[in-house]
Design a protein. Structure first.
Length: 124
């Protein structure tokens, strides 16, 4: 993310509408591009320097956005789940069946292959 800071030399004093601070003539202030445009509209001063900074992306995520992202993750996980037929499951080893059950959050209560297959099929 790139951030642009404008070094702005004030030629006419004014009271900042955001901070309520009095800004005097000849002060140098840092402003955003939008704020610079606003100040230029009223002929407050002039740009003396432009500083371009690259920032690390540090954003505060709203609870709604977090919920939305979590829902997308769940949907993606569900899409990734593979459904097998009983015949396909029987061709798998017990270790493969256990790994499949773990990846799909299926709790196994038996170690026998036929019981594992039944539990997987019942948890589709």
């Amino acid at each position: 993310m790139v951030k642009v800071i404008i070094k702005y030399k004030v030629e006419k004093g004014f009271k900042d509408k955001n901070t309520k601070e009095l800004i005097k003539a000849n002060d140098l202030i840092d402003v955003s591009v939008e704020r610079m445009r606003e100040l230029n509209k009223y002929n407050i001063g002039k740009v003396v320097d432009v500083v371009v900074l690259e920032e690390k992306k540090e954003t505060v995520t709203s609870p709604e956005k977090i919920q939305e992202e979590a829902q997308k993750e769940v949907e993606n996980e569900q899409k990734e789940k593979v459904n097998y037929t009983q015949e396909e499951l029987k061709k798998m080893s017990v270790n493969d069946l256990k790994e499949f059950a773990e990846k799909n959050n299926i709790e196994l209560t038996s170690a026998k292959k036929d019981d594992i297959i039944e539990q997987i099929l019942n948890n589709k």
